[in-house]
Ligand binder design. Structure first.
Ligand code: NAP
Length: 536
C-alpha cells in the first residue's frame, strides 16, 4: 500500500501542474494515468487535423517564466503532436514522470473517516491510501458513442475521434462515413476528404464555425509575445474568457448596419474566438446574436457553391456560441469537393446500420470506414465513471443524480478532502482552459498550504454553501443564451443526463475574484477540521 499525501487522477495539463505544485508544498504525490504517456486529451485525440483551436500563446502554462521563454510555438494554433510534445517537455523539465503510474486506471475511491484517507484501488491491483484525492480527469475525456441502430451489423472499420489509433489511419481510396459536425468533425473532415475516395458526412445539427486563419508564428511575433508575456497573461486573467485576446469592446446593437458589417468582417478576418469574445451583447441579446448568426450564414452561402448543401450547413436551431463555437481551416470549402457529400439526418434519419454502411429513410449510403466524431460525456463523465464513495458511503454518481453540485466547482459536500480541477460549477470550458487549470491548482494549493500550517486534516464543502453556489451558477447561465442550445454544456448529448448548465458562465475574472475573497475570509463555505476536533 502506498500512502501519498495527494493522489492525483490524470496526467494531462491539470494533473501535471497539480503534481508540480504539490511537490512545492512539500507534499508527497502520486499520479495515476490510464494512458502510456502524459498529455491527457492530447494523448488520446490523435484524429487527422487535431489541433487546439485556442491560440498557442493562450493555450500554454504561464506558471514558469523560464518555460514560457524557452518554448517556441510553431503556429498560431498548435497541432496535437506539438501540444503533446509540449506536455512531454513539461513532464521532463520538471522531472514529473517518476511520480506518475502510467497505464493504470482507478477503479474505486472510498473515503475512510477513521483514517482520514481516501482508499483508492486500481485495475493493476495497486492500492493507495491518500490524504487528498484530486481529480484532474479533464472535462472532455470520456468519449461518447451514441446508441446508433444496429451499429454491430456494420462490417467495416469503426473509429472514434477521441480514441484514435496511435499508428494513424490511411484513408487513401477509402469510402468514409463520418457522423458528427462538432469541433472534432470540423477539424478532421477537410483532412480526411483530401485522402479518401469519398467522404459522406452525416449531420444532425449544423454548427457555427469561424475561420482559424492558422499561420506560422514569425520570429518577430514570438519575440514580441515573449517580451510581453507578463502583461499578456495579466490581461488574460482580467478577462471573462481568460484569454489574451481582446474582448467585449463592441456592442452589436450599438452599431448601425454599416458599422456592424465592418465589425463582423474585422473579427472574421482576425479569425478564431475573437468572433465570440469581441461583442459584449452576443451571448445575452437574442437580436445581437441573430445579427451575428446571419453574418456567418451569409459567409457559408458565399463559400459553399451548391445552394442546397449551403442551406443544410446553415445552423438555425440555436444561438451562435450556445453550442461551442467551432474554428476551422477549409471546413465549408470542403463541401465544394466532388468527393464529399452531406447527409442531413433531420431530413433523412438513420434507420439502421448495414454491413456496407447505413440506411436512412431516403436510402442506403455505402462506406467501408466509419468515423464517429460524436463527442464526450462532458464535465461529469470521468467523475461518475467509477465508484467514488464519500462520507457515509455516499456515491458521487448518486449525489449528482439530479445534476452536478460542487462548491466553486472544486469541492463536493459529503466528499471530504476531495477536489476536482475545473469541475462543474467553475469556468473551465468557457475559459481558456490552461488558465482555468492554473487558477484552480494555485487556489487549491493555497488551501492545502493553509491546512498544512494550521494542522487541518479534513476539508469539506458546506452543503448550504454548495447549494448557494449551484444556484448562482444556474442563475448566471440563465442570463445568457448558453442555455438556448442543446449542447454538451447542458449534458444534452447524453440521453438521461439531467439538463443542467455545468460551467460557470459569469466569467473567469469574476470567478477568480470570488475564489480569492473566499480564501481571504479563511475559506468560508468550507468546514476545516483538525484531527482532535473530529475525534471529539
Ligand atoms: P461534440 O461537439 O459534442 O460534437 C458531436 C457531434 O456528434 C455533434 O455534431 C452531434 O450532433 C453528433 N452526434 C452525436 N450523437 C449523434 C447521433 N446519435 N446521431 C447523429 N449525430 C450525433 O463533440 P466534439 O466535436 O468531439 O467536440 C467536443 C468538444 O471538445 C468541443 O466542443 C471542444 O470543446 C472540444 N474540442 C476542442 C478542440 C480544440 O481544438 N481545442 C478540438 C476538438 C474538440 P448534435 O449536435 O445534434 O448533438
Amino acid at each position: 500500500m502506498i500512502e501519498p499525501d495527494i493522489l492525483i487522477v490524470g496526467a494531462g495539463f491539470a494533473g501535471l501542474y497539480m503534481l508540480h505544485s504539490a511537490r512545492k508544498l512539500g507534499l508527497s504525490a502520486r499520479v495515476i494515468e490510464a494512458g502510456q504517456d502524459v498529455g491527457g486529451t492530447w494523448y488520446w485525440n490523435r484524429y487527422p487535423g487535431a489541433r487546439c483551436d485556442v491560440e498557442s500563446f493562450s493555450y500554454s502554462y504561464s506558471f514558469s517564466e523560464e518555460l514560457q521563454q524557452d518554448w517556441t510555438w510553431s503556429h498560431r494554433y498548435a497541432t496535437q503532436p506539438e501540444i503533446l510534445s509540449y506536455a512531454r517537455h513539461v513532464a521532463d523539465r520538471f522531472d514529473l514522470r517518476k511520480d506518475i503510474s502510467f497505464g493504470m486506471r482507478v477503479t474505486s475511491a472510498t473515503w475512510n473517516e477513521e483514517r482520514l484517507r481516501w482508499q483508492v484501488e486500481t485495475d493493476k491491483g495497486q492500492s493507495f491510501a491518500a490524504r487528498f484525492l484530486v481529480m484532474a480527469t479533464g472535462c472532455l475525456s470520456v468519449p461518447k458513442v451514441p446508441d446508433l441502430p444496429h451499429l454491430e451489423d456494420f462490417r467495416g472499420q469503426v473509429l472514434h475521434t477521441a480514441k484514435w489509433p496511435e499508428q494513424g489511419v490511411d484513408f487513401t481510396g477509402r469510402k468514409v462515413g463520418l457522423v458528427g459536425t462538432g469541433s472534432s468533425a470540423i477539424q478532421s473532415i477537410p483532412i480526411i476528404a483530401r485522402e479518401a475516395g469519398h467522404l459522406t458526412v452525416f449531420q444532425r445539427t449544423a454548427n457555427f464555425s469561424v475561420p482559424a486563419w492558422n499561420a506560422p508564428v514569425s520570429p518577430a511575433q514570438d519575440r514580441d509575445v515573449k517580451q510581453n508575456y507578463k502583461a499578456l497573461r495579466a490581461k488574460g486573467r482580467a478577462t471573462h474568457a481568460g484569454d489574451i485576446a481582446d474582448e467585449g469592446y463592441v456592442a452589436i446593437l450599438g452599431l448601425d448596419e454599416k458599422a456592424r458589417e465592418a465589425a463582423f468582417e474585422t473579427c472574421w478576418a482576425q479569425g478564431g474566438f475573437s468572433f465570440q469574445y469581441a461583442y459584449s451583447d452576443l451571448m445575452v441579446s437574442e437580436e445581437a446574436n441573430r445579427l451575428a448568426a446571419d453574418f456567418v450564414r451569409r459567409k457559408i452561402r458565399e463559400t459553399v457553391r451548391d445552394p442546397k448543401t449551403a442551406e443544410r450547413l446553415c445552423p438555425r436551431d440555436h444561438p451562435l456560441g450556445s453550442k461551442r463555437l467551432c474554428v476551422d481551416t477549409d471546413y465549408y470549402e470542403t463541401y465544394n469537393r466532388p468527393n464529399v457529400s452531406l447527409v442531413d439526418l433531420r431530413d433523412e434519419p438513420i434507420e439502421r446500420f448495414t454491413p456496407g454502411g447505413l440506411k436512412t429513410s431516403a436510402g442506403q449510403h455505402d462506406f467501408d470506414t466509419l468515423v464517429l466524431a460524436t463527442g464526450f460525456d462532458a464535465m461529469t463523465g470521468a467523475l461518475t465513471a467509477f465508484d467514488i464513495r464519500g462520507a457515509n458511503g455516499m456515491q458521487l454518481r448518486d449525489a449528482w443524480a439530479g445534476g452536478p453540485a460542487a462548491y466553486l466547482g472544486i469541492a463536493v459536500a459529503g466528499f471530504p478532502n476531495f477536489f476536482v480541477i475545473t469541475g462543474p460549477g467553475s469556468p473551465s470550458v468557457l475559459a481558456s482552459v490552461l488558465l482555468a487549470i492554473e487558477q484552480h491548482v494555485e487556489w487549491l494549493s493555497g488551501l492545502l498550504n493553509h491546512a498544512q500550517t494550521n494542522g487541518i486534516m479534513r476539508i469539506e464543502a458546506d452543503r448550504a454553501a454548495q447549494a448557494g453556489w449551484t444556484k448562482r451558477v444556474a442563475k448566471g447561465a440563465e442570463k445568457t443564451l448558453f442555455t438556448k442550445g442543446n449542447s454538451w454544456y447542458l449534458g444534452s448529448n447524453v440521453p438521461g443526463k439531467p439538463r443542467v448548465f455545468m460551467p460557470f458562465a459569469d466569467g473567469f475574472c469574476v470567478y477568480e475574484k470570488i475564489c480569492n475573497d473566499i480564501a481571504a475570509e479563511g475559506y468560508s463555505g468550507f468546514h476545516l477540521a483538525r484531527d482532535l476536533e473530529i475525534a471529539r
